[in-house]
Design a protein around this ligand. Sequence first.
Ligand code: GLC
Length: 547
Amino acid sequence: MEDWYHDAVFYELYIRAYQDSNGDGQGDFRGAIARLDHIKSLGVNCIWIMPHYASPLLDGGYDISDYRDVHPDFGTLADFKAFLDAAHARGLRVITDMVMNHTSDQHPWFQAARQDKNSPYRDYYVWSDTGTEYAETRIIFLDVEKSNWTYDEVAGQYFWHRFYSSQPDLNYDNPKVHEEMFDIMRFWLDMGIDGFRVDAIPYLYEREGTNCENLPETHDFLQKMRRMVDSEYPGTLLIAEANQWPEDLLPYFGTPENPEFQVCFHFPIMPRLYQALRAQDKTPIVEIWAQTPAIPSGTQWMTFLRNHDELTLEMVTPEVRQWMWEQYAPEPRMRLNLGIRRRLAPLLDFNGEKWFLLHALFLSLPGTPIVYYGDEIGMADNIWLPDRHGCRTPMQWDASKNAGFSDANETYLPVNDDYHQRNVAVQEDDPNSYLNRLRFLLQTRQSQPALRRGDFEFVETGNGAVLAFRRFVSDQLAVSGEQLAMSDGHSVRGQWVLCVFNLSDVVQQVGLAVAGGYQDLLHPDSLPLVGDMLNVPPHAAWWLVKT
Ligand code: GLC
């Protein structure tokens, strides 16, 4: 089905971290194949693999030196293909990361470009004699980089880079770069992948007098990319990584006539979920939805709680950022650039009730959810490691050597100390573990068409600590071929779900009329709720349907 992504749950997989099959201390595709049943068991439908290409790995593989090969530590092209086939055999789709904005400085294009002014590759990159252009452009990795220009001795010029200076930006004013990128996409699509998460797309073009983000030229290129994909590989999914405000995100969906991406990450909502929980106040969530524009039919948001990067605070005000740092990153080493380099469970102090509430909230908001590897067992972070490495440590499978990740004496990053207690095997046997509760939440969500595809409206509770909204399937909407009986607006189970969250740590009274009795899907054994005034227990999360 063309728009399968509306009904899917995604899983973000770091091959390097998942399972080592050959004892070199690095995860690889062969190892990951052996763990596909775990991924499947979560109830997810699609895997996004972080960059698996040849790379010096100075930025987690987002610095590619050969787009047509697998990093030798992770396996071979044949291993990749075997992984893809094994995932498909289990009904799991696979998308890969497409890093378009820049290459590694080790890429042969850059090596040729810097060595010879007359090389055809010189114009694949962005050069300057002075390094003073585009001065209004912010620096993203500002803990490390002082400028977006770096002088290259060999080239005798400055080159432009939005990320590390080992990642020169490609020059999209050169149409040859477009064709190179399209050929790379064709290469992987020919192998049978289902789409791409396209990295760092706001930054493709530079223009004097602008902040060099979200430029019209960038949108023209992205439309061209979509036209290529739609005509040559129809049905391919493109997901946009654009860490921008909602009004700047909207154009990345394009228009029905000139589409760009089917799915965009909703960056601004993410920190506000944590903010609302800590402040015990729903306002940040309500406000950001008010600012979130309606999106074209057939497109979808992607929602997430964490990923492989720092928890970004780029899309909040400086005051909120400061407050979030104080609340969630009290130690300086927990901070990075404009974010927080910690994992999900430790951000919540491993508090199971808050964990459940935050997941129930995130999984009932509009959008296709994605879960970051390791978060399904509430993995901890290691703030003593540099950069974002502390959130990218080996997956913890069991209590054996290196958590079952590898039998090497040294792994690519140290395994977290707590793996004896915190691992998949232990959690399999515990019905209340993160792992089993996440499975339950995903299964429950997926059983409700309204939670997957429904419309969204806030429901007034008269209480700032209690967030409530309704997800509902409108009359016209046919859901995944399931024709729901629409005649009576409120009588079919699954047609709508009333979601209620007490963000505070005390009982809250709310005026919500639940005449006739409502059943909570998240606590199926509890008695139905009836009445006009409800007492909502601390940190309660309810998904209510009519009994
Ligand atoms: C994206 C990736 C991040 C990477 C950056 C540069 O933001 O998520 O990990 O460092 O792009 O490629």
